[in-house]
Design a binder for this molecule. Structure first.
Ligand code: ZN
Length: 93
């Protein structure tokens, strides 16, 4: 087990939960007829960006440290994984 990877996963989970909270707040505002439900859009966008940044940090870590499988199967992360020969190892954990 890699403690740094686990810490990044915890941060990612927290960021995902935070995003969900803001989405639920906006949904509640829409449901209750609040005309200013758009005020949540900026908060939601910021939460999404924050979560993506942590996900990117996680991917960078697991690829370079060879301790897991990248979350985002972008062409770049797959190319990095292939270059490091870690893709098959990552799939086992
Ligand atoms: Zn690691």
């Amino acid at each position: 087990m890699c403690q740094e990877r686990d810490a990044l996963l915890k941060k990612l989970s927290d960021a995902g939960n935070s995003l969900l909270v803001h989405l639920r707040e906006q949904t509640a505002a829409i449901t209750s007829g609040d005309p200013d439900f758009g005020r949540f859009d900026y908060i939601i966008e910021e939460a999404k960006i924050h979560k993506c940044q942590i996900g990117h940090d996680y991917d960078e870590h697991v690829v370079h440290h060879a301790c897991g499988c990248p979350l985002y199967r972008t062409s770049e992360s797959l190319r990095m994984a292939a270059a490091h020969g870690q893709e098959s190892q990552g799939m086992q954990s």
